[in-house]
Structures are given as structure tokens and as C-alpha cells.
Design a protein around this ligand. Sequence first.
Ligand SMILES: [Zn+2]
Length: 278
Amino acid sequence: MEGRFVRTLVLFIVLTVVFGVLEKFWPSIPNQRKWRQGVWLDTFYWFFTPMVIQVLSIIAIALVLLPFYLLLERSLAWESILAGYGAFGQLPLWLQGLIAIVVGDFIGYWTHRWHHTSQLWDYHAIHHSSKTIDWLTAVRLHPVNDIISRVMQASPLMLLGLSPIAVELYTPLLSAYVAFIHANVSWTYGPFRYLLASPAFHRWHHTMDQEGWGKNFAGLFPIYDVMFGTFYLPSRQPKNFGLYNEEITESFVGHFLHPFRHWKFTKKWLVQRGGNHS
Ligand SMILES: [Zn+2]
């Protein structure tokens, strides 16, 4: 637990410096305030997620996988679980990790899109609630949203037979990358824009302007958005962020309770947040 906290703190300090430099020299929105509304709340999420949500997610993934493993008569010995199963479990760890990223991002695309086009939007709205988008916005996630995404991504990969070590192999790198695509950085990657998600690509996903609704769901590979008709990257930079017509209390408790208060499902959101693309 203590090691986990220290790792999170070190990564926080490193990323503050790195993204501080990038946001200063290549800003998407020049002179955007660093001490914006919600900065302490997002800092709280930064530590809360690895300390609490990651642990709860592991328990949830284990509960989802257990009946399948029993059905498949997989050995439940700790070494067997760590080693993975079948042909996929035999592959070198780095290759398993690569497969996990590519397949995981495909699942991530659809899980994210599902959050935009169903009642799950009420949970995902928390992630979209910040009116200022910078690298720290990345961690603003309702625990239900976060746990569902992790379970949806990790469980099928482990059912394939990939080792959980491989599934987790690139997690620190990916967490830093997810923070980066939220950063106030103008990069689009030019001709490589379809290959890898850029800050401009993901910041368009966060715009409150209608042109960006239901666009750019991929976390890493925009090719999934191209394939499924949701890619959007004009040459301008997005300017307005946040929710179109919803107010959410800016506190952890406010965030947590929001979906339960807002239980009544409005069909309107389906259209506004991307349901018209299914
Ligand atoms: Zn979203």
C-alpha cells in the first residue's frame, strides 16, 4: 500500500514537470489557467484511483472470471493464473502485452461509446464535467465508470489466455499516455493522426460544441474511430469544454451521487452525446 502511494506520488511529480513544459511551449489554449476549478478534486482522484479503485477493480475482475475459469476447468493455482493459459499464454510477455493493448483498445472504444449512448452516460458525465481540460482531467472518473471499463477490458483478455502480468505490463505507460492526451497541448501528429491518439484528437472528444459530440472514442488507436465512423479532427483546436446542459456539484460526494440523483433517463442525451452514430 505504501509502495503504491509512493509510486503514484513520484509519477505525479514527474508528470507535473513534463506536462508543465509541454503545456507551456505547445499550448492548445494559450495562457490556460493551471489553478482552474476542480484542480484539487482531480488531484484527489489521482491518488484515490490507484489506492482504492484499482484494488476494487481487481476484485471485480476476479469475481467475473471465476465462473468462466471453473467452466473452462482452468487451474486456479496462483502460478497457473499468472502464467496465462493456452496458446496466448505461451507467447513472450511483451507480445502478449502488445496484443492486450490492441484488443484492449478495441474493447475500450466500444465500452466508451456505450457510456455515451446508454444510461451509463450519467456516470461518464463526471469525466466530461470539467470546463477546463488539462492532463489532470484524465483521472476525473466516477468509480462505477472506472470499474466497468477496467472489467470490460481486462476480463476478455484474460479469458483469451493472456497472463494478467501482460495485461498489466504497460499500465503505467498507458496511464501517463491517457493523461497526455488530455493535456493542454496542440499536437495532432499530422500524417500520423490516424495511427495514434493525439491531444488534439482527444480534446475534441471533450468539447461541449455539437460538432464534437459522439466523436473520437478511442483511447489509443484512432483507426477504430475511422472504421466505425466517429473520427473527427479539424485543423482548429477545440475551445469550449464541459457539459452542454447539465450542472454537477464540484465535490467528490457530488460527483459520486450525481448518477443516482439524475436517474431519470433522457433520450435527448442519446442524440447529444453520440447515440445518433450507432
Ligand atoms: Zn467520453
